[in-house]
Design a protein around this ligand. Structure first.
Ligand code: PRP
Ligand code: ADE
Length: 170
């Protein structure tokens, strides 16, 4: 299946010069959505993770069904101010702005083995901050999983030392 046919290119969104890779066509089609989640599961099943960590908001769209499919715990990493209990935070820059991410302090502990999922790897700032949060809580980060990798932004280099897996590249 050619996933790129179901990812639309939107020029100048959300700001001039950005080509936004829109995954909503892929999500709304039942064949492509289940194919994508199955493929993500195939890539990580041998790593035997204990949890899927996913990044708000588009990471949740793949991370939650992936955790369910593999019978794993699901841990949300959220934008600042959304989590109700004690949390730790990390700030980062992304292709079109900057942001802060948070995780509940009791979400992970030493001994946990996580795979972190997001829809897009662009500059890698979002994922790098999420790796830091997971490792601060003592979890081992087994792999970083993306549906889309934007090669020109060299995000993979920011994540050096980690196993980086992407399904489609631009
Ligand atoms: O590799 P980076 O340069 O850090 O960029 C990638 C991030 O940017 C997008 O999220 P966004 O912050 O736009 O939020 P959303 O998922 O809520 O739309 C995307 O979903 C990734 O999380
Ligand atoms: N070009 C892009 N398309 C979709 N999501 C993104 N996140 C960061 N850059 C992006």
């Amino acid at each position: 299946m050619d996933l790129k046919k179901h990812i639309f290119d939107i020029p100048d969104f959300p700001s001039p010069g950005i080509i936004f890779r829109d995954i909503t066509p892929l999500l709304q089609n039942r064949e492509t959505f289940s194919y994508t989640v199955d493929l993500l599961a195939e890539k990580i099943k041998d790593l035997n993770p204990t949890h899927v960590v996913a990044i708000e908001s588009r990471g949740f769209m793949f991370g939650a069904p992936l955790a369910y499919k593999l019978g794993l715990g699901f841990v949300p990493v959220r934008k600042e101010g959304k989590l109700p209990r004690e949390s730790i935070s990390a700030s980062y820059d992304l292709e079109y702005g900057s942001n802060t991410l948070e995780i509940h302090t009791d979400a992970l502990k030493p001994g946990d083995k996580v795979v972190i999922v997001d829809d897009v790897l662009a500059t890698g700032g979002t994922m790098k901050a999420t790796v830091e949060l997971c490792e601060k809580l003592g979890a081992k980060v087994e792999a970083l999983l993306f549906v889309i990798e934007l090669l020109a932004l060299e995000g993979r280099e920011k994540l050096a030392g980690k196993k980086v897996i992407s399904l489609v590249q631009y």
